[in-house]
Design a protein around this ligand. Structure first.
Ligand code: CP
Length: 307
């Protein structure tokens, strides 16, 4: 984790990832042990794009650790609206806060901003590129549901082109043994070649690409559903044509494994029927809670707080 930032999980070793997961589980078991761990520390959450889970779970994580939070969730209410540059905003906030969590619509903005922060910096999503802290939530969920990462067949379904959580999770799972990927999407929303070639093909991982979710359903140990990312489309017509490409219903789960784990980073629009929420295989609300504990563990790690 170079410079105590989290921009891309690539910079974190498998051992560091495993330690972070272990720490999150420890916090989950004994949260009271951590309630003064960050007394006097300030987290700044700078969200240039909308968020419910990532922003609030970071804020909750810091409050649960005894720290406090500052920030904005609408840049129009900050001096960004007067034309202040990202560099200047981050330089200023780095003087107020002990750690910064930022979401921004431009790919690569997190790496650029981290250079001016002067304090630990966390990427909470940079455009359609990466969303590493969602991946931490996803990994803790898979670890708790399955008990391991090796030998899993993981299906990713929906918008694999713009779904930054998909890119980050593939990158993380690729470090484990014999993980097999099933990539389910319309032609127009296939996984970008920089993920397919640089991550999956580079280390000869097994994968298949298909448009047919029902056909591959019986093979899956984990099904990671995604929303078609309206905000990344240039053209409303294409979005409307593709938005309901996959809708997971109870009927479609008939041939799924009884211990399938269904994940979704949320927000959900239409891609998982509400009826699926009651199925014991639905893990997406547990996944949100897991995210809070992983973010607590991450804040402790980046601030080098030992408890
Ligand atoms: N999963 C996720 O990033 O949700 P938010 O956009 O609500 O933060």
């Amino acid at each position: 984790m170079a410079n105590k930032n989290l921009i891309d999980l690539d910079a974190m070793s498998k051992k560091q990832l495993d330690m972070l997961i272990k720490k999150a589980k420890k916090i989950m078991e004994n949260p009271a042990d951590y309630r003064h761990a960050c007394d006097g520390k300030i987290l700044a959450t700078l969200f240039y794009e909308p968020s419910t889970r990532t922003q609030m779970s970071f804020q909750t994580a810091m409050l649960k650790l005894g720290g406090r939070t500052i920030g904005f969730d609408n840049p129009l209410n900050s001096s960004v609206s007067k034309g202040e540059s990202l560099k200047d905003t981050i330089t200023i906030v780095g003087g107020y806060a002990d750690i910064i969590a930022m979401r921004h619509p431009v790919e690569g903005s997190a790496m650029a901003a981290s250079m001016y922060a002067g304090v630990p910096f966390i990427n909470c999503g940079d455009g359609g590129h990466l969303h590493p802290t969602q991946t931490l939530a996803d990994l803790l969920t898979i670890s708790r549901e399955k008990g391991h990462f090796d030998n899993l067949t993981v299906g990713f379904c929906g918008d694999l082109k713009f779904g930054r959580t998909v890119h980050s999770l593939i990158e993380a799972l690729a470090r484990y043994n014999n993980v097999r990927f099933v990539l389910i999407s319309p032609e127009e929303l296939k996984l970008p070649s920089y993920v397919k070639n640089d991550v999956i093909k580079a280390i000869n991982l097994e994968y298949i690409q298909t448009t047919d979710l029902e056909k591959v359903m019986p093979e899956l140990d984990v099904l990671y559903m995604t929303r078609v990312q309206k905000e990344r489309f240039f053209n409303e017509e294409d979005y409307l044509r593709l938005k309901d490409s996959y809708i997971l219903t109870l009927d479609k789960l008939e041939n799924a494994k009884p211990d399938l784990s269904i994940l979704h980073p949320l927000p959900r629009v239409n891609e998982i029927s509400v009826a699926v929420d009651k199925d014991p295989r639905a893990c997406y609300f547990k996944q949100v809670l897991n995210g809070k504990y992983m973010r607590m563990a991450l804040i402790l790690k980046l601030l080098e707080v030992e408890v």
